[in-house]
Design a protein around this ligand. Structure first.
Ligand SMILES: [Fe+2]
Length: 380
């Protein structure tokens, strides 16, 4: 995956390449246009350009691995990521087996650890790296205007998280700030933001909801010049005192928090906020741990169910049932609250559905890419 602003080092001959090794690149973005860049450039020994290949959807390029090359990142105007599959092949069975074994080892390592085995500070970056290797869910990369547009690299299980030491800290903080002591998480994730990302100002909850969001910054040695602040805003209204229409809201900046390794920030979910991307001069990533909490267990599982239903609704074969539950969860009328047992069962059911959707997406993608007959379908 490449994004605009990526610094990509040209592959040179020094990289332990045997002369009979090949590299294959298959491009996966179907909406690339003329000025979106993203081409593969091949160089002669004297540094002059030998050839450049445009990344057309499904196009496969094969070259000898001893040829220096670079994948140009997409243009600044191309806000989505550029995806491709890169395969390196060798005639040395020994070399292939060694690389496969190393990769398998890394994946196994990531599977064998759970969040609760770590203290809050051991968790940090090591855990992030492992979970990103073992990433089961694709990072968000859409263009939904309402979305915060933060890419998460791992969604953590709430039931695991509530047994961790970190949860005790989050709960104590929320209790200290609010006076309520029944807080429960409904969304726990590891997020990543790079300088090519474009996070948006958003709220984490509705005005009627009493929620907190807890963040912990996880990139070591963060310099002030790397930017990447969490910025907080106040919504500005029209002269009549009414909000500007959706999508055209106006904001004034009120505060921001500078990331530091291990620093935590907790804030009311209703405050408009946005992660700011790191400086263009910083090529690393801004990692955060994020946890959103509701005032009671019931509210937390209701919110989790609502968000899951919003995701699967329409995709699920029982979409009418999903729609009805969603309506009950968001209705303001006087209908009696749904029983906790019912919410728990539905949450488990629809989270499983969501997982099946992800797995279905992954397996159909792999199937289409590895099919032995016929061309790669354009739906990719
Ligand atoms: Fe947020």
């Amino acid at each position: 995956m490449h994004r605009r602003l990526d610094f990509i080092t040209a592959a040179s001959k020094e990289h332990n390449v045997d002369k009979d090794e090949l590299v294959i690149r298959i491009s996966l973005n179907k909406d690339f246009k003329k000025n979106d860049y993203g081409e593969a450039i091949f160089y002669k020994d004297d540094g002059e350009i030998l050839a450049a290949v445009y990344p057309k959807m499904g196009r496969m390029v094969v070259w000898n691995a001893s040829v220096p090359f670079i994948f140009k990142p997409p243009a600044m105007s191309y806000v989505q990521a550029q995806f491709d599959i890169v395969v390196k092949i060798t005639t040395s069975k020994e070399k292939a087996e060694q690389v496969i074994a190393e990769t398998k080892k890394l994946i196994e390592k990531s599977k064998s650890r759970t969040l609760k085995e770590h203290s809050p500070f051991q968790t940090r970056v090591t855990f992030l790296r492992w979970t990103s290797v073992n990433m089961k869910e694709k990072p968000f990369d859409g263009q939904d205007e309402e979305h915060d547009n933060v890419s998460w690299i791992a969604m953590l299980q709430v039931k695991d998280f509530v047994t961790s030491r970190l949860w005790k800290i989050v709960k104590q903080l929320a209790t200290y700030l609010s006076g309520f002591d029944e807080w429960y998480p409904y969304d726990v994730s590891m997020n990543i933001i790079r300088n090519s990302h474009y996070p948006r100002i958003h709220e984490d909850c509705e005005p009627s909801e009493h929620e907190y969001t807890f963040l912990m910054y996880l990139t070591p040695d963060w310099e002030a010049n790397n930017y990447g602040e969490t910025a907080f805003f106040e919504e500005v209204f029209t002269k009549d005192g009414t909000p500007f229409p959706a999508g055209k809201q106006q904001y004034e900046w009120i505060a921001s928090v500078r990331p530091r390794y291990g620093r935590i920030v907790i804030f009311r979910g209703i405050i408009p906020h946005s992660a700011r991307p790191p400086s263009p001069g910083f090529s690393g990533a801004r990692y955060t741990f994020a946890c959103k909490v509701s005032r009671t267990y019931r509210l937390a599982i209701s919110k989790a169910l609502r968000e899951t239903l919003e995701y699967v609704q329409g995709e699920s074969e029982d979409s009418t049932a999903a729609y009805n539950i969603l309506n009950k969860l968001i209705s303001d009328d006087d209908t009696p609250a749904l029983p906790i047992k019912f919410i728990e069962e539905k949450l488990e059911h629809y989270q499983r559905k969501r997982q099946e959707m992800y797995e279905g997406f992954q397996s159909s993608t792999v199937e289409q890419l590895t099919v032995t007959k016929g061309p790669v379908k354009d739906e990719l």
